[in-house]
Ligand binder design. Structure first.
Ligand code: DGL
Length: 219
C-alpha cells in the first residue's frame, strides 16, 4: 500500500517514523514542504493552494492514504481536501485536546501555530471536550516552527531555548498537561521539558497510527 504524507518540513517525520515502526512493509512518500514553511502564518487561500499541490503530487505517485502530518493544514484544510479528493483517504493530525481532557489534567496548555489556534476546528474541539472544572490555555507560538525548521537539523538549540524562555514568561502556573499541537514541536519535547518537568506532554500520534492501520486493512 502506498502511503503519502506531507508537512511544511521536518515536523511530520515524527509521524512518519511512528507509522513506519508499526507498518514497516508499506511504501511511503513524504513531502517536506520547507519552501512554504511556516504554514501556520498563511491565509486560508494560500494554504489551500499549497496542500492541493502536495496532495496532487502524492496522488500521482499512487498514494491511496494521505496523512496530513501537520496540525495547521489539518485544522484549516482537511474538510476542503476531503471534498476535493473524495477518491482518497485522508488521516489528519490535530491537537490532542480530547486525550489531555481524558487524562484528568485540570490545567491544560495547548501549544500550536497561530493558524491552528485561530481555526474553527480548535474551537470545536474545545467546545466538545472541555469540562467545566478544567482550564485550557491556548498558546500561539508564532515563528517557532520556522525556528525549528532552520535550527533543529544542525542541533543549534540555543535560539529555540531563548524563544521558549520568552514564550513561557506569561505562564504563571505549571500546567498538568501540555498538548503539543504542532508536529514541529514534537522535535523539541526535551527543551519544553526543561521548563515544565512535571507536566505531561500529550500528542495524538498513537491515534494516527491506529487510523492508518485500520484504513490499510480495509482498502
Ligand atoms: N508542523 C506543522 C503543524 O503541525 C506546521 C508548522 C508551520 O509550518 O507553521 O502545525
Amino acid at each position: 500500500m502506498k502511503i503519502g504524507l506531507f508537512d511544511s518540513g521536518i515536523g511530520g517525520t515524527t509521524i512518519l517514523n511512528a507509522i513506519q515502526e508499526i507498518l514497516p512493509d508499506e511504501e511511503y512518500k513524504y513531502i517536506a514542504d520547507s519552501k512554504n514553511c511556516p504554514y501556520g502564518e498563511k491565509s486560508d487561500r494560500e494554504l489551500r493552494q499549497i496542500v492541493t499541490k502536495n496532495v496532487k503530487t502524492l496522488q500521482k505517485w499512487g498514494a491511496k492514504i494521505i496523512v496530513v502530518a501537520c496540525n495547521t493544514a489539518t485544522t484549516r484544510c482537511i474538510s476542503y481536501l476531503r471534498k476535493k479528493f473524495p477518491e482518497l483517504q485522508f488521516v489528519g493530525t490535530e491537537p490532542a485536546i480530547k486525550l489531555a481532557v481524558q487524562s484528568g489534567a485540570k490545567n491544560i496548555l495547548v501549544m500550536a501555530t497561530p493558524g491552528t489556534i485561530r481555526s474553527e476546528r480548535l474551537r470545536y474541539l474545545l467546545k466538545k471536550n472541555q469540562k467545566s472544572n478544567q482550564t485550557i490555555k491556548l498558546l500561539a507560538c508564532p515563528g517557532l516552527a520556522d525556528l525549528i525548521e532552520k535550527n533543529y537539523p544542525s542541533h543549534n538549540l540555543e535560539p529555540i531555548t531563548n524563544y521558549l524562555t520568552t514564550l513561557f514568561e506569561e505562564i504563571d502556573q505549571t500546567p498538568d498537561a501540555i498538548v503539543i499541537g504542532c508536529t514541529h514541536y514534537l522535535l523539541i519535547k526535551d527543551q519544553i521539558r526543561m521548563f515544565f518537568s512535571n507536566s505531561k506532554l500529550i500528542d495524538g500520534n498513537a491515534g494516527i497510527v491506529k487510523r492508518v492501520q485500520d484504513l490499510k486493512n480495509v482498502l
